[in-house]
Design a protein around this ligand. Structure first.
Ligand SMILES: Cc1cc2nc3c(=O)[nH]c(=O)nc-3n(C[C@H](O)[C@H](O)[C@H](O)COP(=O)(O)O)c2cc1C
Length: 198
């Protein structure tokens, strides 16, 4: 059984957290631990008209974001990785500085200190220097900055498709590859000659 922590914070793109939980729920070998910031609940409601109760049904275990005494706040809780989906610039900054000011940032801090996989689906645009520096800091500490930026080459046919492809790539990062994820296998033969043009 793999244990994965999913945190949802107040950046736009609550759908990424929801779709990630749904994908993990479909995997019998995974137990999910969910924590959601107050702003995360706000964006969830605003963007998806979803309330806390419906979100929490998607997780195996739920931890309030103010509960810094929860199991996932300790390195002795053995888990296989954490995803912050989406990750606000505020949470990014707190992780970069090691603030541990709520359960989301404490669990992320623990994930880094235990040298476990931490994926931050950061979302903001455009980016200021503080955002960029914080992303650099987290990368230097071993975290993975994973902005949910879609590729257009497979190609996506809907927003749902774009989100699914991005979530699938995050699952790759956790060592939980999806069979139905579209994977690049080279240009189609009729376009291949174009690849050698300069
Ligand atoms: C509808 C809405 C959309 C937001 N979108 C973003 C965003 O894309 N990126 C971001 O960094 N903050 C965004 N914010 C602001 C954050 O929610 C705010 O900075 C909050 O303090 C983050 O707290 P948290 O990191 O504890 O979730 C948004 C806020 C609202 C209400």
């Amino acid at each position: 059984m793999k244990k994965i922590i999913v945190a949802i914070t107040g950046a736009s793109g609550a759908i990424y957290g929801v779709r990630l939980l749904q994908a993990l729920k479909a995997l019998p070998c995974v137990q999910t631990h969910l924590t959601v910031s107050g702003a995360g609940l706000l964006t969830l409601h605003h963007e998806m008209h979803m309330d806390r109760a419906h979100l929490e049904e998607l997780a195996d275990v739920v931890h309030p974001a103010h509960d810094v005494g929860a199991a996932i706040a300790s390195g002795s809780f053995q888990c296989d990785g954490m995803v912050i989906a989406p990750c606000s610039m505020r949470t990014l900054a707190a992780v970069a500085l090691g603030l541990s000011d709520n359960l989301v940032t404490r669990a992320a801090d623990v994930t880094l200190k235990e040298r476990r996989r931490l994926v931050l689906m950061v979302r903001e645009t455009p980016l200021n220097l503080a955002h960029l520096r914080n992303m650099t800091s987290v990368t230097e500490m071993g975290g993975i900055i994973f902005p949910p930026v879609p590729g257009f080459y497979y190609p996506p046919v809907s927003i749902d498709d774009m989100v699914g492809q991005t979530v699938g790539r995050v699952l790759d990062m956790l060592g939980l590859p999806q069979e139905d994820l579209q994977r690049w296998s080279g240009l189609p033969p009729q376009q291949a000659p174009l690849a050698s043009l300069r």
